[in-house]
Write a protein that binds this ligand. Sequence first.
Ligand code: NAD
Length: 478
Amino acid sequence: MSVDQALIVKITSEVLAKIQNQKVQHCQDSGIFTTVDEAVAAARMAYKELRTLSLEKREELIKAMRNVSFENATMLAQMAVKEAGMGRVEDKITKNQLVALKTPGTEDLRTEAWSGDCGLTIVEMGPYGVIGAITPTTNPSETVICNGIGMIAAGNAVFFCPHPTAKNTSKKTIALLNEAIVKAGGPMNLLTSVADPSITAANAMMRHPGINMLVATGGPGVVKIVLSSGKKAIGAGAGNPPVIVDETADIEKAARDIIAGCSFDNNLPCIAEKEVIVIGCIADKLITYMQKYGAYLISGSRIDQLLEVVMTATEEMMAEGCTEKPKKIYGINKEFVGKDAKYILSKIGIDVPDTIRVVLCETPADHPFVIEELMMPILPVVQVKDIDAAIELAVKVEHGNRHTAMMHSKNVDNLTRFAKAIETTIFVKNAPSYAGIGVGGEGFITFTIAGPTGEGLTSARSFTRQRRCVLVDAFSII
Ligand code: NAD
């Protein structure tokens, strides 16, 4: 009996489609396991399968990840704000969309070559294997999307340990990305996590022999922990970005840009303007313009009231017999992180319209609003006498995080001096802070900015190992 060729093709494609469908169905709630062991083992299998695929196929998977992230940008933004109780939906939509579009893919990987009398030597960017990624509550979908795209573009699989406060948003993002990968013909479980992410799970992940590299995006505590894990680690830690405005700036534009950057997602981004340092002679003008662009100015006892509401204070422990008055140590009242300015003001009895995006106040240089990373739309303004004092203070309050700083000025010497002195990973001139991650500025986007370990704005190449391949006496055609 001779079987028709067309019939064979038809049956084969039906069977393949069925298998693919089963894979997709099996993938509902995909990538989420009960234990760290199971999740890491599944990611390891996915990594091995990814290694067998071509770079072209890998890029197809990245395209599918971009599409699903873009399509679900609104749903994930709404979920994040509802679950974590912080941020602004419209800004989170923008963040999700931009991270889907502007996170570099496989094109970020570069090969270096030397050719000569002895032949050809190349250095390629190979994957690490399975990466353990810790993500913050402030960007629960954005970090999963940008880490996911970058790490997979580099050929890795990822086990995510998201912040418990926003775990459902992060897990949903992981599931969507996995489903899109499988539909595009890729392996299951390239991104995994556990149903109940916690500090215990993060610690188990850090110790797990199946994890080849760690990437932590969060506050100073978690960065310190991954750096002492004994594994290769990338640490993207806290910032407290100052913005300087000098006499040569376009003051109205500076005011508009500062309010736009500071209020974006209610000040949750680690790069957002956290304190303004202004030369005294232009301070009033700057403050007036900031009010025009959505800031509400408070003063006197209102500032003390606000401090009591949004920060916690404990007294320093003094040695026995010490007669000095104990200093107050301030912390953040987490309830107010990422909340609307209107909500924050309502807690000190001030009612403002929705158009108010920032609470503005003039403070001394050592005020807790200046010193602490608030991540709330509260912006302290400090007056200084000249540019020397401005630079000195900005460097001090950035605390050596070497994260982000902004300056509004037309004086190239002042801009250069500040950039050199502050040594931040991102330095933005005459624009809102978010221009530094490619929003209205050139360059790609990321939500993992690795100041402490020096990778800077991370992308696929940050998640690779350099591998040299040497061919002697051949392939050089010089
Ligand atoms: P966080 O430090 O409280 O938590 C971050 C992550 O670390 C979470 O997943 C958390 O569960 C985990 N974690 C915290 N303590 C841990 C411990 N002892 N052991 C193991 N895991 C631990 O920070 P957050 O409130 O989620 O995020 C805000 C902070 O992150 C801010 O300081 C902000 O500046 C920083 N951040 C930095 C970047 C960057 O790219 N540099 C990006 C976003 C946020």
